[in-house]
Design a protein around this ligand. Structure first.
Ligand SMILES: NC(=O)c1ccc[n+]([C@@H]2O[C@H](COP(=O)([O-])OP(=O)(O)OC[C@H]3O[C@@H](n4cnc5c(N)ncnc54)[C@H](OP(=O)(O)O)[C@@H]3O)[C@@H](O)[C@H]2O)c1
Length: 340
């Protein structure tokens, strides 16, 4: 990814910050970076499972950081969210059910957390006057073919439309959309690494042609923080990140292991897209990101024009197979060494 134009962590000094899903892969790294790089007044981790929170408390030292709070709660419970959001300035919404097959098998569970949960975050933020809300989305929400992607698309729409409900108050909602996170729970990297450690004789490959966008956890965290600094309310921010071929990934993890084609799974795409042709009509480009602007009557292009943003060409599409930036060879090996 090109160097970020903005260090968003300056934005958090003196602020009270709540992270839904704060005990997940993204949340833990976000909280660790926030406490190290900024001087927030308070950092609240909001999630359901006490054990994950306990483990996180251990990770942050037995004595703990007095700014850090652990709030047990479910995004399905609006009242609980409202209690947690009192006196909060910034909310990062990372809580989600994100396992594609689990969402297909348990559709209403996925909808309750990802869609009604989004509605609850919006309601609670509006009621308590949280100034900035950034919701994490995924490339699977662009032209979705599985319920996880569709639920995140619905969530994106809920956050964007929420800007129409803010009235005269300085309460803004935006979305960050990115692709696979190297090394996150359930991703293909830990799967391949586990198979290698268990002495597998071959690595399963769904399709030789398959490509994915790829971002490190730290890049994702830094990108989200920079969006808090930039957001006007209503944008979908998309980072410029490299693509990789799944076969190259398998070869980089286990160069001598044969690969076995197992076929694409239901609900999986061969390639992912982050800016569709239809989105492109409302998309502007900055050195490190695309910004899909909302279709609000009151939207003004001025803040992004001031940053030098220019519209993308007609018919533009940002997809993992036509990307111009590829993770291969040494660069891929370096990424794998740092993915944790
Ligand atoms: N990982 C990726 O490759 C990737 C790529 C693109 C976008 N994203 C998005 O990034 C966000 C964070 O992903 P992640 O990788 O950090 O996921 P993760 O490791 O699975 O963490 C999910 C977090 O959400 C919490 N959570 C789940 N259901 C909840 C509920 N109903 N109420 C409150 N908290 C709940 C979980 O804790 P409890 O179970 O204890 O509640 C956990 O803290 C998600 O929105 C995901 O869609 C991820």
């Amino acid at each position: 990814m090109n160097r970020l134009a903005v260090d968003g962590f300056n934005e958090f000094d003196g602020q009270s910050v709540l992270i839904t899903g704060g005990s997940g892969s993204f949340g833990r790294r976000f909280v660790e970076t926030l406490l190290r790089r900024a001087k927030p007044r308070r950092v609240i981790v909001f999630s359901r499972d006490e054990f994950k929170q306990y483990e996180m408390q251990q990770q942050f030292g037995a004595k703990g950081d007095s700014r850090l709070r652990f709030f047990i709660g479910d995004v399905r419970d609006c009242e609980r969210l409202e209690l947690a959001m009192r006196d909060v300035d910034v909310c990062i919404h990372a809580a989600a059910l994100k396992h594609v097959p689990a969402a297909e098998y348990n559709p209403m569970e996925c909808i309750h957390t990802n869609v009604y949960g989004a509605e609850n975050v919006v309601r609670a933020a509006l009621r308590t006057g949280v100034r900035r809300v950034v919701a994490l989305s995924t490339d699977k929400a662009a032209n979705p073919i599985n319920l996880y992607g569709a639920s995140k698309l619905a969530s994106d729409k809920i956050f964007i439309a929420a800007n129409n409900l803010a009235g005269g108050r300085d309460v803004r909602f935006s979305v960050v959309r990115y692709g696979n996170v190297a090394g996150s729970r359930g991703s293909v990297v830990p799967l391949f690494q586990r198979l290698v450690a268990e002495g597998a004789e071959r690595l399963p490959i769904t399709d030789e042609r398959m490509t994915r966008f790829w971002i490190t956890l730290q890049q994702g965290v830094d990108f989200v923080a920079s969006c808090v600094a930039l957001m006007q309310g209503g944008e979908i921010f998309v980072p410029k990140i490299p693509s990789l071929r799944v076969v190259d990934l398998a070869r980089a993890i286990a160069p001598r292991l044969p690969q076995e084609l197992v076929g694409i799974r239901p609900g999986e795409k061969l390639h992912e897209v982050m800016v569709t042709e239809d989105d492109s009509r409302q998309t502007v480009e900055l050195p490190d990101r695309y910004v899909i602007e909302p279709a609000f009557a009151f939207w003004t292009h001025e803040p992004y024009e001031r940053l030098g943003a220019r519209p993308v060409p007609d018919g533009f599409r940002y997809a993992s197979d036509t990307n111009t930036d590829w993770l291969e060879g040494e660069r891929l090996a370096r990424l794998l060494a740092g993915a944790a």
